[in-house]
Design a binder for this molecule. Sequence first.
Ligand code: CS2
Length: 487
Amino acid sequence: MITRETLRNLPSGVVPPSYDVTSITPGILHFGVGNFFRAHEAYYVNKVLGLPDQQSWGIIGVGLTGGDRSKRKAEDFKKQDCLYSLTETAPSGKSVRSIVGALQDYLLAPADPEAVLKHLADPKIRIVSMTITEGGYNIDENTGEFDLSDAAVKEDLSHPERPSTVFGYVVEGLRRRREAGGKGFTVMSCDNLRHNGNVARKAFLGYARARDAELAKWIEENATFPNAMVDRITPTVSKEIAERLNKESGLDDLLPLVAEDFTQWVIEDNFAQGRPALEKAGVQFVDDVSDYEYLKIRMLNASHIMLAFPGLLLGYKHIDEAVSDPDLRHLVESFLDTDVIPTLKAPPGISTEDYKNSVISRFSNPAMADQTLRIASDGTSKIQVFWTETIRRLIEGKRDLKHMAFGMAVYLEMLKGKAENGETYSPIEPTFNDRVRQLIQSSNDADGLKIPAFDGWRDLDHAELDKEVIALRQVIREKGVKAALPR
Ligand code: CS2
């Protein structure tokens, strides 16, 4: 185990925090302490905590679910004084190992809601950040508004002082601050969404308005919601990977973590109550993140799923295996070259050609052992976020739709959960309801085209695209994925 005690005695090659972990006080509360958060926000904060005047930016982590897995995780965090090791590995295999000390406590909200609310009401907390997934903001895709018909939201609104959703917690925290005559805080989304700050604003204000219009107005004036682009591939750590990481580091870490060496965070500098000096850790502060978001989402994430969907059908368990298949690599490269790059505005100083090559190299990193299934999971939300803009541009420009038609066809076939070698897997689609399941299982391929994943271009003329998708599904079923690849 890693503890505050063992920090003094780390195996050689493991870099300890550059500060005394007992001297840190909390300034950030974070919802959703997943691997990405631990390798990204916590990693950056860890880098600045040792700098002058930065000791008040420690992080309180909060888990929103109370199942057995969460409980075990919370126990492991407690046992290790919330410390853990991060191994950053380059595609060449070169690794850097360090201990992250930014997390000061880990609370399970269902076990102790009041503890979470106390922190939220405490003026020391100046930033409330979150990684609650792309689909986690409860925005109704049809109306584009916060969905007040959601059961958990309704439940929270019926007794708002004892919430269970992230919306309920944050708004109740802000209510207490207002009542005490205090200040607001920055709500900082770290999810991989376009304009994640605007989406968060819509969600939290949508909830607040339904609760109390005056409070909502106060929040609008006293909280900020910066947009940010976040990027770092951080895979799930299986038992085998955890063992390998510990063997390599010489640690006995209950919560070891691996990530690629690449990392990027671009944020709009719009903080209600100050912020850590993250620029000293390599974070870029800009006036407008739009171009950075599009670059990342339309190139990296869009190709990730373009690779994962056929990869699953072809039986590839990991992304690096999928991208080593010359046909799939060619697919991704030609998708980027012909569909994405010509309609993308690169941020200053970035070459899309270099970015493309770095994406391919990042996907090829074998140390990530990044599961194809993880990347394909919640495909419905991901397609909406990652492909919509490109598909709209292609339809509007009357351009060739072959890559997108292939992507859609292969997604629908992938949802059946059976690889071409006969192996089965379980697609993870948290947003599917009975209606969507029926459409997916329908024997009429036209029904598959009605799923919410494809809502983003329904107002455009999509007849040609649909026709191609239907034809390609047939080819995939009869001749296999490779026969359906765009030529
Ligand atoms: C992946 C991302 O899940 C996904 O779709 O593309 O998790 C990806 O690894 C990160 O966005 C990288 O920053």
